[in-house]
Design a protein around this ligand. Structure first.
Ligand code: DCP
Ligand code: CA
Ligand code: CA
Length: 381
């Protein structure tokens, strides 16, 4: 089976710790540990690469991290801030493709087979995205490029931190055989132990089993293992459609005080939001105007209508009313944003979350089976 898709997997480096270093220059270049306090038996959420040199890693008790690296700076997490940065990263991804599937705050798959803009070569596109994350946000990300999700995710991990790796189909064999089966999507702790009992720790060892043998041991998941061990993964990139809001924003190159000029900007934003709503098939009742003033103070003003807000003209009119509730015209404005929320859950298409934790449990539920393992239902093999 050949796959002609171009998939990018992007994952931020030492995410929480890097954000702390971004916001506090005193932490840069130093071992930083983000996590719960040692007194409360907290664990490490993230460790900067400087801290990792001492053996500190995620999920380790903070007390243990302190023993390994007492000179590290220990800071509590600030989830709201990580979420904010996450949204900025995802907004960059969405400029390149509608097909963005976030896996967590700091990573996502992008299907760039037909990108909305940017270089034609997926490697160059991934590099452009990494550069933008660095220059616009100030953080480093690693990316992997391949013809499917599995290989792209494996690739993004190969040259961490700040790495870019392409796994071309003909280079797959350089990487796959020695890979630990724990890296396979669908292999949790239980399955890994079961595989180990069969003498399987690497993909090369997994490949010694036929498809029917694996099915005998693992049911339908066995067939999944058979294919994934050969780098075959036809899972599509599924964008989140059950977003709570849809919107866009603009940071101006020069702050704007003039109200007429601000209204021109609102018109453009209204047009862009309408386009996005139409693409998502979403209809909302609440419009929110977001403003960042030149002193970086952020405010939002919202209006909820009794009926769905449908047209570009309606969005513009309401946003202009909301603008009057702000200091527009008095305080210079550096950013304007518009978003629509309050979607009717029945009408806006929803996405069932099928993030792979353990493929066995997903298969058992039956629901997203067809999406996750489409090739299992085909007659190709
Ligand atoms: N996280 C957490 N608890 C864990 C693992 C992760 O709270 N056990 C949080 C903190 C991480 C973030 O999620 O910064 C992203 O997790 P990753 O697994 O992607 O790890 P990092 O981004 O920290 O490091 P890497 O550079 O290895 O991706
Ligand atoms: Ca990460
Ligand atoms: Ca991650």
């Amino acid at each position: 089976m050949t796959d002609h898709r171009k998939i990018i997997h992007v994952d931020m480096d030492a995410f929480f710790a890097s954000v702390e270093q971004l916001d506090n220059i005193n932490l840069r270049g130093k071992p930083v540990v983000v996590g719960g306090s040692p007194e409360n038996r907290g664990v490490v959420a993230a460790a900067s690469y400087e801290a990792r040199a001492f053996g500190v890693h995620s999920a380790m008790p903070t007390r243990h991290a302190y023993q390994l690296c007492p000179q590290a700076v220990f800071v509590p997490p600030r989830f709201a801030r990580y979420k904010e940065i996450s949204e900025q990263i995802m907004a960059i991804f969405r400029e390149y493709t509608e097909l963005v599937e976030p896996l967590s705050l700091d990573e996502a798959y992008l299907d760039v087979t037909q990108p909305l803009k940017g270089p034609a070569l997926a490697r160059e596109l991934a590099q452009e995205i990494r550069t933008r994350i660095k220059t616009e946000i100030g953080l480093s990300a690693s990316a992997g490029v391949a013809s499917n999700k599995f290989l792209a995710k494996i690739a993004s991990d190969l040259k961490k931190p700040d790495g870019l790796t392409v796994i071309a189909p003909q280079r797959m064999e350089d990487v796959l055989p020695q890979l630990n089966v724990k890296k396979l999507p669908g292999v949790g702790k239980v399955t890994a132990a079961k595989l180990a009992d069969l003498g399987v720790n690497t993909i090369a060892e997994l490949r010694r089993f036929s498809e029917s043998e694996l099915e005998a041991h693992f049911g339908k998941t066995g067939a999944w293992f058979y294919h994934i061990a050969r780098g075959e993964d036809s899972r599509p990139v599924v964008p989140h459609r059950d977003r709570k809001s849809i919107g866009c924003e603009d940071t101006f190159s020069a702050d704007i005080t003039n109200v007429d000029q601000l209204k021109l900007e609102l018109r453009q934003l209204a047009r862009r939001v309408t386009e996005r709503l139409n693409r998502a098939g979403a209809k909302g009742r609440t419009l929110t105007l977001k403003i960042t003033y030149d002193d970086f103070i952020k405010i939002t003003r919202s209006k909820t209508e009794a009926r769905e807000i449908l047209t570009e003209e309606e969005i513009f009119t309401i946003s202009a009313q909301l603008l009057e509730l702000t200091d527009a015209g008095i305080k210079p404005i550096r950013l304007l944003g518009l978003s629509l929320s309050g979607f009717d859950a029945e009408r806006t298409s929803r996405r069932t979350d099928h993030q792979l934790k353990d493929a066995a449990s997903i298969v058992a539920t039956g629901g997203p089976f067809q999406l996750v393992f489409p090739f299992l239902l085909s007659n190709e093999h």
